[in-house]
Write a protein that binds this ligand. Sequence first.
Ligand code: SF4
Length: 187
Amino acid sequence: MDCKLRISGIVEDSIVDGPGLRLTVFVQGCPHHCPGCHNPHTHDFDAGYEMDLRDVFDKYEENPLLAGITFSGGEPFCQAGPLATLAAMVRDRGGEVITYTGYLYEDLVQKSIEEKEIADLLAVTDLLIDGPYLESLRSLESPFRGSSNQRLLLLRQGHLAGRAPEPLTLPLRSMEPVQEETGHDWL
Ligand code: SF4
């Protein structure tokens, strides 16, 4: 098991990377180079610094108010193996996992046939926020996303069935549980 992550940084109490208070891990390295990307310093795969998974998890455990962990970037699926391990640790503690990606979900499913680590990270991701940042579709109205093409996809079940789950459309800026409206109890 690869126990190290190459990261750009960590925000320990984010309220902008998913519902609730979250530990956000910005991984280092991204192949997408979306024009207008807000995090260009995360593109270089050799920049940033290494951190042991256990040390990241210790930060997560330090704050009992955290609702979960968010993987942002950079491109999380370029370090899918160690992130899948970390995500499983968080889920064992009752936290939920949000993963951002510049790939489309359908492409990740295709890649996961040959790259087990990608299947592993998909399997422990509760909510996937997918797609590249498109400047022409820049949006301040789409919660937790930079452009309106990006989707919130609830993956908790059946994500390898061969088609994308229904996009999630919720008042996600609310900090209140939304179980009644959605039937989902993970928020
Ligand atoms: S996928 Fe994200 S980090 Fe990578 S270039 Fe696009 S917006 Fe930037």
